[in-house]
Design a protein around this ligand. Structure first.
Ligand code: ADP
Ligand code: NI
Length: 214
């Protein structure tokens, strides 16, 4: 099994190595390490499925492929090329399919492996790393860091204001600050709490500096 993991590492490095939208090889490696940590605490799930799904989880992402179908086809052909049993192939694919949290697309998780890999991926969107990735992603898309003038559009509700704002700071409210309550496993929940507090501290300091108070 170890040799299949090495092949998956090499495949992912070749596919994602140069991505700078927050999905580079280092993201994958951190997700894999988070997944190992959660697995070692939870003591549940098949480590090979978890390791493979963590390594391959971003391969079919529509942001990195011409279409989602093209991404799945790429994943399929890789999994067949390394000659693992078809039962394992479908468990790995099923796990990957359920990990991403995208607006409007929520799939019921049906395995502990998917729960662990999803938690591991979400943890990498939180804390100091999450902050760095958010501004890297926003910068690449040409989004502003923050849009303070939207704060003074008096008649808007907070919800309307946040939906109308595509700044990177807005992404914290849209997604990142909601993640700690969506963790599947107890250990990930604890790690998420810490990272959540760090993001709140960051935002407090950010607003103070922005307003010339610190
Ligand atoms: P993942 O592949 O880890 O599930 P995404 O593909 O949703 O996550 O996003 C990759 C990274 O980019 C994450 O850290 C996420 O917070 C950040 N990101 C996604 N959308 C935005 C956005 N609109 N503004 C700023 N950062 C974003
Ligand atoms: Ni990811």
């Amino acid at each position: 099994m170890e040799d299949k993991i090495v092949m998956a590492e090499e495949f992912v490095k070749a596919e994602l190595g140069k991505d700078s939208s927050g999905h580079d090889w280092h993201h994958i490696d951190r997700v894999r390490k988070n997944a190992r940590l959660i697995w070692s605490k939870e003591k549940k799930g098949d480590w090979f499925i978890i390791e493979m799904a963590a390594l391959l989880h971003d391969i079919p992402d529509d942001k990195l492929n011409e279409s989602e179908e093209a991404g799945w086809a790429k994943l399929d052909s890789f999994l067949h090329s390394i000659k693992i049993e078809s039962e394992l192939v479908s468990r790995i694919k099923n796990c990957i399919e359920t990990v991403s949290y995208k607006g409007g697309r929520v799939i019921e998780l049906d395995s502990i492996e998917a729960e662990i890999v999803q938690d591991a991926d979400r943890l990498d969107a939180l804390g100091a790393i999450g902050i760095a990735r958010t501004f890297a992603f926003g910068g690449k898309k040409g989004h502003p860091i923050y849009e303070p003038e939207l704060n003074v559009r008096d008649q808007m509700t907070l919800e309307e204001y946040r939906q109308g704002d595509s700044s990177s700071v807005n992404h914290f409210y849209e997604k990142l600050l909601k993640l700690k309550d969506k963790m599947n496993t107890e250990h990930a929940r604890q790690l998420a709490e810490e990272r959540h507090r760090f993001m709140e501290t960051f935002l407090d300091q950010f607003y103070s500096e922005w307003n010339g108070k610190a």
